[in-house]
Ligand binder design. Structure first.
Ligand SMILES: *Cc1c(COP(=O)(O)O)cnc(C)c1O
Length: 391
């Protein structure tokens, strides 16, 4: 029961629960210090070691690391020879990087609406979006939930399309028991601090063969190819996308703990479901994610606020913040950003994605989150919904 207004509130404020928080252990910090003292701090032995471990994780496929999980996708598109005049199919519900890379190489994004239950691309709509100009598909495993790889690759094969899996959020996820990254065409992961493992900034691209891996190295660093002691050639235009050894050492420390992090996230999400998957909460109309505990790495736990709410999402977020609970929006619909509107997209083009994007809310989830904190998040959110429902 709230205290009467006349009594000054002397209760100490509960600590703030952030949306996410990386777990960097002391062994990793010591390892970073060693790299810093070693005399070689940019791309070198740690990058090689990180790539070798990532390749092992991805079933022996070639893997190259980069300084973001954005340039990885841009480079995959370049390796595939995609550019002006080409179309690439993707989802409007993602981090804007997913479609920015399509524009970056001069191609045209073609958005396909989502399945509102899973919030990922509705593969049953993909074939209708394919034209003679379509060259590739970039599916996104939003929140870590895997896009159906069997169906995806069957469509790609039938129409002779490349696939660049935007698996930025699904490192640790499996599809029918197989690790994302261990099969398929190009697979791109991000190691941004908010992702399930981090190298501070960074990302990696899983490739099909050594020819593609060599091209990836060229695109990564000014197109340079070195031979012997003094040979250097530049045949293609590359950029500056290499990862530092300091960052790679962080990534190595993180990769060793991936399974532990994934297990912990799944446990914590089970607790969210125990508290939210109840008749009382269902009556409030709150949308929950699919309860996938076998395959998803649970990169995020996202709810969809009910349309019967009398508050705007921003007001819900402000009230959560006031109560010491962080929350986030992942993401506004890409096609409604000014850059995209200027190219002809508008409200109503992808109604399912738009409806979800308006009301989606990410709640705190990270390996060191506690069950008590989840209870606080849920109690706070449910009391806001109860106090401001039209029902
Ligand atoms: C994080 C993210 C990216 C980009 O990764 P960066 O490492 O930040 O460049 C791309 N797509 C999705 C879906 C992401 O979540």
């Amino acid at each position: 029961m709230p205290a009467p207004a006349t009594v000054p509130d002397s209760s100490p404020k509960l600590p703030f629960i952030p949306l996410t928080r990386p777990t960097i252990d002391d062994e990793t910090i010591a390892g970073v210090a060693e790299v810093l003292r070693s005399g070689w701090i940019t791309s070198g032995p740690q990058v090689k070691a990180f790539e070798a471990r990532l390749s092992e994780y991805c079933g022996g496929r070639p893997v190259r690391v980069f300084n973001s999980g954005t340039c990885t996708m841009e480079i995959a598109l370049r390796i595939a020879g995609i550019g002006p005049g080409d179309e690439v199919i993707t989802t409007p519900l993602s981090w804007v990087a997913t479609s920015n890379v399509i524009l970056e190489v001069g191609a045209k994004p073609v958005f396909v609406d989502i399945d509102p239950a899973t919030r990922i691309i509705d593969l049953s709509l993909v074939e209708a979006a394919i034209t003679p100009a379509t060259r590739a598909i970039i599916p996104v495993d939003l929140a870590g939930l895997p896009v159906d790889r069997d169906r995806l690759h069957a469509i790609a094969k039938k129409h002779n399309l490349r696939v660049v899996e935007d698996a930025a959020q699904s490192f640790g996820t499996t599809w029918n028991g197989r690790r994302i990254g261990a099969f398929g065409d190009f697979v791109s992961f991000s190691f941004h601090p908010n992702k399930n493992i981090t190298s501070i900034e960074g990302g990696c691209l899983v490739l099909n063969d050594e020819r593609e891996a060599r091209l990836a190295e060229q695109y990564r660093l000014q197109g340079v190819v070195r031979t012997g002691f003094d040979g250097m050639e530049v045949e293609i235009l590359g950029g500056k996308f290499n990862l530092t050894d300091v960052a790679a050492r962080v990534g190595l420390g993180q990769l060793a703990r991936l399974d532990e992090f994934t297990t912990k996230r799944r446990e914590l999400v089970r607790h969210y479901f125990e508290l939210l998957d109840t008749p009382a909460v269902h009556a409030l109309g709150l949308g929950l994610p699919p309860a996938d505990f076998a395959e998803s790495n649970w990169h995020m736990f996202q709810v969809v606020l009910p349309s019967t709410l009398t508050l705007k999402r921003a007001e819900v977020m402000a009230k959560l913040q006031e109560a010491g609970v962080g929350a986030g929006v992942h993401y506004p619909a890409i096609h409604l950003f000014a850059l995209y509107r200027r190219q002809g997209w508008k409200e109503g083009d992808f109604p399912k994605a738009e409806a979800v994007c308006r009301n989606i809310l990410t709640l705190p989830l990270f390996p060191t989150l506690t069950r008590a904190e989840i209870a606080r998040v849920v109690t706070t959110l449910v009391s806001i919904l109860q106090a401001h429902s039209k029902l």
